[in-house]
Design a protein around this ligand. Structure first.
Ligand code: 5AD
Ligand code: SF4
Length: 348
């Protein structure tokens, strides 16, 4: 089948997804990006939603082989923001006109059920922002409590849909558990986000196709695909980084397959390519997730090195992004940017 026909099919088979992921010719690749951009404009319009991330703790009880926050990394200085600091940062973010706050940390049970619930409740009282939690795997009861406290969304990347690789990268954790957490979160009313890392050691293009299909099966509201960046003091410190074009092809193919989902141009993509954010926004993405963690903490959230904008003042971030986004004929949304599926349901 011709490329043009595949790009215009309603449903893609796994073989067709692999075909798109494997495109090498520059013209063909551009056709893929253009089609993804067209589908993005049909389903998401021209608005780009900003999600302001507060990385409030870099402690982590897990040991993912690729991540600089892993427990065994004794070289990293660890920090925890106080609830007051987190709540105040959220207030500053929403006053800037950013209406999603992402509370992100390693898996850190120091923040227990009540403390997280308190932070959520206070942020909801003080702002008009939606709250996304990105705290790793916690108990089902906690997910329930935090929903009641006002949390709207949960971001829990499946990282890889390949069971064997998942066990290699995570040792203690199982893919089945992660998937049951995602399903549970969806069942109790969270908008869910998942996704993978592109270019992890041993990963194949077929695995990436499975990642996209898994996002479809989970019926995610957001799908994030970011490149692997080797991080010092981790098992994979000497491995090769993920490929920028393969990441863009993944995002574009995901847009064609998943259609009505939010897709971010990730910070990891912006980190390995100066033009990464813009390339992503032109290949199917409609979300940017700036790191708005205050100093002195922001330098210490070292999942991978040289993170984009790490030395910038977070208060300047929105203005800077606005210039870039408007330069490509798009605009920053002034809404919360809820699930496109949810918005549709409410219209019915
Ligand atoms: N390169 C790219 N992404 C990474 N993550 C963790 N380590 C790396 C790395 N070395 C991503 C994971 C995780 C998120 C917090 O950061 O996908 O979900
Ligand atoms: Fe911890 Fe998340 Fe990093 Fe894994 S990816 S080590 S769970 S912060």
């Amino acid at each position: 089948m011709k490329l043009e026909q595949i790009l215009h099919k309603e449903e893609l088979t796994k073989e067709e997804i692999i075909f798109l992921l494997n495109l090498t010719d520059n013209n063909d690749q551009q056709k893929l990006f253009d089609r993804a951009d067209e589908i993005r404009s049909i389903y998401c319009g021209n608005e780009v939603h900003l999600r302001g991330i507060i990385e409030f703790s870099n402690y982590c009880e897990q040991n993912c082989l690729y991540c600089g926050l892993r427990k065994s990394n004794s070289k990293l200085s660890r920090y925890r923001m106080t609830p007051e600091e987190i709540i105040e940062t959220a207030r500053v973010i929403s006053n800037q006109g950013i209406y999603t706050i992402v509370l992100q940390s390693g898996e850190d049970n120091y923040y227990d059920t009540d403390l997280i619930a308190y932070i959520i409740y206070q942020i909801k009282q003080n702002t008009n922002a939606a709250i996304t939690l990105s705290l790793g795997e916690r108990s089902f009861n906690e997910y329930r409590e935090w929903k009641i406290a006002g949390a709207d969304r949960y971001l829990l990347k499946h990282e890889t849909a390949n069971h064997d690789l998942y066990s290699v990268y995570h040792k203690k954790q199982k893919l089945e558990d992660r998937l049951s957490h995602l399903s549970f979160l969806k069942t109790i009313g969270y908008q869910i986000g998942s996704g993978n890392i592109i270019g992890l050691p041993m990963q194949s293009v077929e695995d990436i196709a499975d990642d996209i299909l898994l996002c479809k099966k989970l019926d995610v509201d957001m799908a994030a695909f970011g490149p692997f960046i080797p991080s010092p003091d981790t098992t994979y410190k000497n491995k090769t980084a993920g490929d920028v074009d393969l990441t863009l092809r993944t995002m574009a193919t995901a847009r064609i397959v998943l259609k009505k989902v939010h897709i971010p141009a990730t910070t990891a993509l912006a980190t390995i390519d100066d033009e990464g954010r813009i390339k992503g926004l032109n290949a199917g993405a409609n979300i940017v997730m700036p790191d708005l963690t205050p100093s002195p903490y922001r330098k210490l959230y070292q999942i991978y090195p040289d993170k984009k904008c790490i030395n910038d003042n977070p208060l300047n971030c929105k203005g800077c992004l606005q210039l870039q986004i408007e330069a490509i004929g798009r605009k920053i949304s002034s809404s919360r940017g809820d699930s496109l599926k949810l918005v549709e349901q409410m219209k019915d």
